[in-house]
Design a protein around this ligand. Structure first.
Ligand SMILES: CC(C)(COP(=O)(O)OP(=O)(O)OC[C@H]1O[C@@H](n2cnc3c(N)ncnc32)[C@H](O)[C@@H]1OP(=O)(O)O)[C@@H](O)C(=O)NCCC(=O)NCCS
Length: 167
């Protein structure tokens, strides 16, 4: 498929955070973050494969999730970025997931704001985010970024709300 968009910057900085492309060495913390979802912790090898695949797709598509590291502490707290997800390369989704220990400090909003700027720089005109109807924190982050609720769909785990942001 032809991709007419400027590739997204894969290195971003905010006051407290830096966002970067995945490295295989991120497998160690990423498997712990996945485990926090309440599922079995994937093996190191499986997580490394996931990262290799994400990197490959990032360079093919020009969009990606990026790792989030706190600049002062130097620790990884999660990821944020753009994915095709349930939508398209033209109108991708913004996504984020942080370790529980890092919640409630404004980090998701700070990371997602700079990803929003990076999406604008690719010359896209619209972003989406699909969120489980129960996920109050995620809705609040989207609201702070100027997203609006658009419509809902339903799957086996319940209502999915589609949120839209014109760029
Ligand atoms: C969603 C998530 C990334 C938010 O991260 P965060 O760094 O805590 O977000 P922020 O601190 O930037 O903003 C959260 C906002 O939600 C609010 N919030 C959080 N929990 C809330 C609750 N139960 N009720 C009401 N508001 C709530 C916070 O007060 C804050 O709003 P405020 O700035 O107006 O006070 C984090 O909860 C997470 O990683 N969850 C698991 C993964 C996930 O659900 N990802 C999104 C999938 S769509």
């Amino acid at each position: 498929m032809e991709n007419n968009y400027t590739p997204m910057a894969f290195r971003l900085k905010t006051e407290r955070l830096e966002l970067n492309m995945w490295e295989e060495s991120d497998a160690d913390w990423l498997r712990k973050l996945i485990h926090e979802r309440g599922v079995d912790m994937p093996t190191l090898d499986a997580t490394r494969s996931l990262i290799i695949d994400m990197r490959k797709k990032a360079f093919e598509n020009g969009i990606s999730l990026l790792t989030i590291r706190r600049r002062d502490e130097g620790d990884f707290i999660g990821y944020c970025g753009l994915i095709i997800g349930r939508t398209t390369l033209e109108e991708p989704e913004i996504a984020y997931e942080l370790f529980r220990s890092a919640h409630g400090k404004g980090y998701a909003t700070e990371a997602a704001s700079v990803v929003l700027d990076a999406a604008i720089a690719t010359k896209r005109s619209r972003l989406w985010s699909t969120v489980g109807a129960w996920n109050v924190a995620s809705f609040r982050v989207l609201e702070k970024l100027g997203f609006e609720r658009h419509h809902s769909t339903w799957n086996e785990s319940g209502e999915i709300v589609w949120n839209k942001r014109e760029l």
